[in-house]
Every structure is written in C-alpha cells, then in structure tokens.
Design a protein around this ligand. Sequence first.
Ligand code: KIV
Length: 271
Amino acid sequence: MSVHTEIKRVTTHILQEMKNRGEKISCLTAYDYSMARIVDAAGVDLILVGDSASNVMAGHETTLPITLDQMIYHATSVVKAVKRALVVVDIPFGSYQGNSTEALRSAIRIMKESGAHAVKMEGGSEIKESIVRVLSAGIPVMGHLGLTPQSIYKFGTYTVRAKEEEEAKKLMEDAKMLDEVGAFGVVLEKIPSDLTKKVSQSITIPTVGIGAGADADGQILVVHDMLGINKEFKPRFLRRYADLDGIMNEAISQYVKDVKSVDFPSEKESY
Ligand code: KIV
C-alpha cells in the first residue's frame, strides 16, 4: 500500500485567512523551474514571477525591457515546479497601461499559457479600470504601491516613497481602492514602516512588504538577493541568508583546477 500525502495548495483565500489570524505570509520571487522547486519545497507561501527577471535573469538595468512573452516563458517554468505555493506573475511594462482591454488580454495570456494562479499590476487609481476588468474575468489581482519600478524614470531614483503627506495619503487611498474592488493583496515597496502599519490596519486584504518594515502582513524578497547570488545589490532592507556567489565561485574554481590537472574525471567517474 502506498502512502499518499496530499499537499494543500495555497490559495488567495488561505492568504486572507492567514492575515485574519495574524500569521505572516512568506513570499519570494522565482523565475525558473529549478529555483522554484527549491523555494516551494522550503515552504514559501507565495512565489512571484516578478518582472525583476528583467534585472536578475536578463541583466537589464530596469524592469522595463522584459516582454509579455518572456514573462510567460518564466512563469511556465515556475508553475511546472510548484506544488504548494500560490504563483503570481507580474504583467510587464507596456502590456496593461494602454487600456483595460490590453490589460485583460495580457492577463488572460499569462493565465492560459503559463497556468499561473494570479497576476500583479503596479499602480493605483490610474489603472483602476484595468484592475476591475481583469478581476471581472475571474483573474485574481495583486496590487503594487509605493516604489513601483516600472515608473522608475518618473521617480528618477529607487529611494523610499511616500515620506511626504500627500504621497502617503494617495497611497492609502489606492490601497483602500484595491481592497474595495476585490484585489486579493497588495505589495508595498520601500515605504516608511509607520505607513505600512496604517495601511495594513486600514484594509482587509493582506499587505506584502519589501523594504516596508515589520508591520506588513507578509514579506517578499528577490530570491537571488537574499541568497547572495547578486552581491552588488545591498539595500538596507535586504537580509542575506547565504553567500551563494562565494560558494558557487569556490566550487566552479575547483572544477576548473580539476579539469586542468586531469583530476576530473577519475576512473570511477568514467565508463
Ligand atoms: O518584480 C519583483 O520582483 C517585484 C518584487 C520586488 C515585489 O515586484
């Protein structure tokens, strides 16, 4: 008799229950099959196929160049590996800002072609119509407020957002709007901790912070940053849990030495 242990998938409803009972939500990015398998097996609740793939996977300076086709490619690989986490995919720059029909078309392509569970869109009232349209097709939407990297050329820097009263007020209004229209959550990026606390207490849906302090209902980091693969990126909010750059460099340097000295392959490693 085989013992079959069923894994309970994380849904948007489960995330809501986690907020309701005060359990923090753990989130990380992933962009490929192998990494997503490790992240999922380690128990992360939500995996974001972020458009940070543009920086991390493709080496672009910003998130703007990544295309919808490329996001679908990454998302398809991640979905194949994930058994438990909720998989959320960023709709990339230029694929939803035009109008709500474009937003819906892009969201449907992501859901249909990759098998992901939800999409994320950056912005508030400016894209309300698109958010509502995507939601009306039964596609769960996550918002993203504060530092929204797709607007980097408008901001000019990656510094902390919503420090001034006016911007903080708009962010609060946008968060309430996302709650009212039926988004299932919202990422708050690089905003003051006290604003995160106020927003998280004022809306019913979960907030997920990055550089937004401890009072968000969950936390997210870019997996390559927290594993120390990307060594140059050192913002204050980043905690490094490993030095994979160092570990990988050491292993690969040893391999190079072993190949040069004909230590590898040995007789045992040969046929
Ligand atoms: O693209 C991304 O990785 C993100 C997270 C930083 C929230 O949007």
